[in-house]
Ligand binder design. Structure first.
Ligand code: SF4
Length: 354
């Protein structure tokens, strides 16, 4: 990190007008500013590598319009039971061997049942014992479930806010944005790091993207990780059916990079993660995202049920860009003092792991 760069401190009092003004900047100016913020707080040539596993797929009673795992979707996803603990831990061990710093697990639930918690706790403990970071996304949590996950050693909990408060009910009707924020509050109170972001390209307006970033950037504390997804329209889902074959079906690359840059500027210490939709981005767009402050990716061939770029493509891209896997703890997690297992990881070059 360059000593000459300014180090803007995190603010949680952003106004929508300020965020809209960032989006409106000339592209080159926006990227220059975002890259400056990024370099002030993060090693600009390092990328955090995370692996995502679906530990319970499909059959979810929520009606998220983008999701193939909802019982309301007709996308051919077969519902499964919660995976066996041993199988999950074997997958985590393979991900660690391949250079992943964090093992993220998703279960297609509205919320975990208390009867599911012993197996979940066993998984979290097993991953902590490997010296690997863990992240789970299990739906809404009660304060006591968040406490049990924290006691087990869970490092991160993912709970996306998805979109702007105004657009929320057009995408999901079985829960509200307030339900989402309540779980984030329980996760914070339990001392677990927060991973929260959303999806762009769902046919929303620029104002919705402003509202989405504004909601995250004005939380009492910024999420430690902010995944920015580009919708992967899947036939059989509400949004996939609506957007397939329309010009709105894919977010404009420049607008996507703008969203990443604005997330970086408004949440300077957070990790900004390129998540779903990366497999259909050109290498040049991904490189622009990294320049604009994205510094985390999911590796592997699939993201829950959606396709992902794949390890070979990622290794080749990282090598071409001269980027290396991040090692050690994230800046915000370090400052917030929440325990993570990341500092114990010896990151290794993705290319070397091939
Ligand atoms: S996104 Fe999550 S909560 Fe929504 S339907 Fe899919 S699995 Fe369920």
């Amino acid at each position: 990190m360059s000593a000459a760069q300014p180090r803007p401190e995190p603010r949680t009092d952003w106004t929508r007008a300020e965020i809209a003004a960032l989006f409106d900047l000339p592209f080159t100016e926006l990227i220059f500013r975002a890259a400056g913020v990024h370099r002030a707080h993060h090693a600009p040539a390092e990328i955090q590598l995370c692996t995502l596993l679906s530990i319970k797929t499909g059959g979810c009673v929520e009606d998220c319009g983008y999701c193939a795992q909802s019982v309301f979707a007709d996308a051919g996803v077969k519902a499964t039971k919660l995976m066996d603990v041993r199988e999950v831990l074997q997958s985590a061990a393979r991900a660690k061997d391949a250079g992943s710093q964090r093992f993220c697990m998703g279960a297609a639930w509205r919320n975990p049942k208390d009867r599911d918690m012993p197996a979940i706790v066993e998984i979290v403990k097993g991953i902590a014992a490997m010296g690997m970071e863990s992240c789970m996304t299990l739906g809404m949590l009660t304060p006591s479930q968040a406490g049990r996950l924290a006691d087990a050693g869970l490092d991160y909990y993912n709970h996306n806010i998805d979109t702007s408060p105004e657009r929320y009910s057009e995408v999901i009707t079985t829960r509200t944005m307030d339900d989402r924020l309540e779980t984030l509050c329980h996760v914070r109170s339990a001392g677990i790091n927060v991973c929260s972001g959303g999806i762009v390209g769902m046919g929303e307006t620029r104002a919705d993207r402003v509202g989405f970033i504004h909601t995250l950037a004005t939380l009492p504390r910024h999420p430690e990780s902010v995944p920015v997804n580009a919708l992967v329209p899947v036939r059989g889902t509400v949004l996939g059916n609506m957007l397939a074959d329309t010009p709105l079906a894919k977010i404009d690359d420049i607008e996507f990079v703008r969203t990443v840059a604005v997330a970086r500027i408004t949440m300077p210490l957070s990790m900004v993660r390129l998540s779903a939709g990366r497999e259909s981005m050109s290498d040049a767009t991904q490189a622009l995202c990294f320049l604009a402050g994205a510094n985390s990716i999911f590796t592997g061939d699939t993201l829950l049920t959606a396709p992902n770029a794949g390890d070979d493509a990622d290794a080749a891209l990282m090598e071409r860009l001269g980027m290396t896997p991040m090692q050690g703890e994230e800046p915000l997690a370090k400052i917030n003092g929440a325990k993570t297992n990341g500092a114990k990881i010896d990151g290794r070059a993705l290319a070397a792991a091939e």
